[in-house]
Design a protein around this ligand. Sequence first.
Ligand SMILES: Nc1nc2c(ncn2[C@@H]2O[C@H](COP(=O)(O)OP(=O)(O)OP(=O)(O)O)[C@@H](O)[C@H]2O)c(=O)[nH]1
Ligand SMILES: [Mg+2]
Length: 201
Amino acid sequence: MSENPHVTKVEFIKSAVKVPDYPDEGERPEIAIAGRSNVGKSSLINKLCNRRHLAKVSRTPGRTQLLNFFRINDAFVLCDLPGYGYAKVPEEVRRAWGPMVERYLTQRRNLKGLLLLMDVRRDPGDWEVDLIAWCTHHGRAIVPVVTKVDKLPPTRRAAAIQRIAGTLGLPAKSVVGWSAETGEGLEDLWARVARLTAPSA
Ligand SMILES: Nc1nc2c(ncn2[C@@H]2O[C@H](COP(=O)(O)OP(=O)(O)OP(=O)(O)O)[C@@H](O)[C@H]2O)c(=O)[nH]1
Ligand SMILES: [Mg+2]
């Protein structure tokens, strides 16, 4: 894998479900990675951190079922959230998703914002729109990230991103176009992460 000059140190901290089990990272800023199942959350963490197998990637949607915490450069924390909306996980797991993630989003004190991942080939639905509204209401910053742009020919990417931004009611330039396959969007994403985790943010 090519060098990523932004990353000097990456540590898996722990997995957790309940609030008392979250790692105590004090004031260290944290960013959560949210999105539908299979959208590429774990792949984004791996690419962002320049590690192949840090977060578990799977062709089988619903692989990540816990909150997974990673400490980056001793400076900030990434939290890989379980994917929303995968039908084939057991009913009790599916029912637990909402409360687990909602507790995290409302109670995690050092959470600075969310990367909201959406597949470039899909229209965002109510879930994404509701999550953005919820974050706005609760004062959590959102960075919209359109994933798997390598799946579309370059000539169709801008229009797809424009359409997704339009559905969300956001300016197209607020959306990061991303590919974990090619690394497209890496600099843009790092700039957003740096801004969110800056001491004054
Ligand atoms: N072509 C392409 N495939 C991708 C990209 N990102 C992820 N994938 C593939 O999409 C599948 C799902 O990726 P994951 O990173 O496991 O997705 P996830 O959102 O963490 O999934 P859950 O944990 O199940 O919610 C895997 O087969 C990845 O290789 C991308 O940018 N481009
Ligand atoms: Mg995952």
